[in-house]
Design a protein around this ligand. Sequence first.
Ligand code: CXF
Ligand code: ZN
Length: 363
Amino acid sequence: MKALVTAENEKCSVEEVSLDPPKAGELKIKMAATGVCRSDLSVINGHLPLPKPMVLGHEGAGIVDEIGDGVTGFEKGDHVVLSFQPACGHCFFCERQEPQFCSVGEPNGLMLDGTSRVHRQDGSDLTVMQFLGCMAEEAVVPAISAQKIDKRFPLDKASLIGCGVTTGVGAAINTAKVTPGSSVVVFGAGGIGLSIIQGARIAGALQIIAVDVADNKLEMAKAFGATHTVNGSDGMAVLKCKELTGGRGPDFSFEAVGIPQLMTDSYNVIRRGGTATIVGVGKLTDNVPFNALLLSMEGKTVKGSFYGDLNFRVDFPMLLDLYEAGKLNLDDMVTTTYTIDEAPQAFQDLEAGKNARGVIVYD
Ligand code: CXF
Ligand code: ZN
């Protein structure tokens, strides 16, 4: 089968690889669609330091094709969305209803038993991203990473639920708990930022200000619910956002890019007592300072948000219901589809900021 592999040279290429059958507790998925996420790019360029050569892909949906020993609750032909975080249901975090931090295994490129299922033609092992490696025609994944969904949902749209949409909508609804009538600033209008905007809109925010340096992204932001846009390329975004929110600053802000300066801006822009939520994933070597006097005096909250603080067993189906009800726009999120052979082009388009989301689809 074909898979998108990144090696040590900051490149990625489509390779013909072999896939083992699923072992106990695993499923083989025939992939239908895989979203192209900035975190895949972060593996390619080394910002996310993961062991390579690695099969990319952590935002996918597909059809169950083979079932490993001991797996219950799935049948061949079931439609599933994959979670980039398995949820075992009984670790410290799962028991506390924080499955986004499930500690069943480290995402070190191997399966939960510490071995690999994907191999190069010479027989050497490949690693996979987040136990999935679903930028491939097929993927063997832990059954505890898969959520069954109703067959009426289109799988290309459903794939986005696996990472970007859930991360963004969940950051607004679950992490920040955006309130009706509130004001919100979102730094970055890529796939995550647009999903935060949708989450804020669903939560009933009155004013949603999108900040980006690309005008095409700001136009997209309006289509997804931004009431105002600010082009931040002149470095005046914080000031302009404050002016738009009565001089005080918004109740909520979100950083959706992973740039330290924007994390600082997210803190600075909110009103006293406001909440800044950091969703973007920066580099391991970057740090963000905060002012030792103001942190207490301004009474602001800074929160990190991982995977939208989701419980995917509940939230994946719920987000698809919101889609069906016309409240969550997934149709316009998928701006370009690519074949697996075109996957390297999809990453160039991601870097060029062309898409809300690019999605790889398979025959
Ligand atoms: C990432 C977060 C870091 C690990 C891989 C997935 N989230 C979204 O892309
Ligand atoms: Zn992602």
